[in-house]
Design a protein. Structure first.
Length: 216
């Protein structure tokens, strides 16, 4: 599938794009509470933490795209954004997906106990979404290259790529969750309604969780 989002053209991900896509994915979620904030204090060496963070994001990305569709936005030939969606018929991402994508390396750095705490927390963030019984398309990730944030690429991706794509496939409900309070107004301003606001926890560290839906 190809689609144009104003000056951004979306193309389906292929492995030849992995290096540039992982760079965007990693940099876009820097300081994100679920992937960055809850782990940072556990590393005394900042370089070791950043190495761990990059590795973790690679595992998450590769595991996610085993089951869900990934599209890359190009602006003037440069990859600038990532949209990953789960359709109503997609199988859920499981432990095996993470295992074959390198979870052993995460366990080596976090320990088995903390790794499973993180996996449990990740599952908790989706509880409100999964309680919705209607067929839904879930926006797993929307990432914009930090160099291009503030240009309206994220909003255009929702309005001119995601919504038309879901409608073309017969869908009428989109859900999304975020763990960053700074994203709340972004989703509200782009047509989503807040379903649930809650506070989760990882090793006594609070993690905000906001669940949204958009009825088309």
């Amino acid at each position: 599938m190809e689609n144009k989002c104003n000056s951004v053209e979306y193309k389906k991900y292929d492995a030849s794009l992995e290096a540039e896509v992982l760079k965007i994915f990693t940099e876009a979620f820097e300081n994100y509470p679920l992937f960055y904030g809850i782990f940072k204090d556990g590393f005394k060496d900042e370089n070791k933490f950043l190495s761990f963070y990059k590795y973790l994001m690679k595992v998450i990305f590769k595991a996610t795209i085993r089951k869900d569709e990934c599209f890359i936005g190009f602006k003037e030939g440069e990859a600038v954004s990532i949209v990953i969606t789960e359709s109503p018929t997609d199988k859920p991402i499981g432990v095996w997906d993470y295992t074959v994508c390198g979870m052993a390396g995460v366990i080596m750095q976090l320990g088995l106990k903390n790794t499973f705490k993180f996996m449990d927390l990740s599952d908790e963030t989706e509880v409100a979404v999964k309680s919705i019984t209607e067929p839904r398309w879930h926006l797993y990730f929307l990432a914009v290259d930090p160099k291009h944030q503030g240009e309206g690429i994220g909003s255009d991706a929702i309005k001119n790529f995601l919504i038309p794509s879901v409608k073309e496939n017969g869908g009428n409900l989109i859900t999304v969750t975020t763990n960053s309070e700074s994203n709340v107004n972004f989703y509200l301003n782009n047509g989503f309604s807040l379903v649930k606001e809650e506070t989760l926890e990882y090793n006594s560290k609070p993690v905000g969780n906001w669940t949204f839906r958009m009825d088309l």
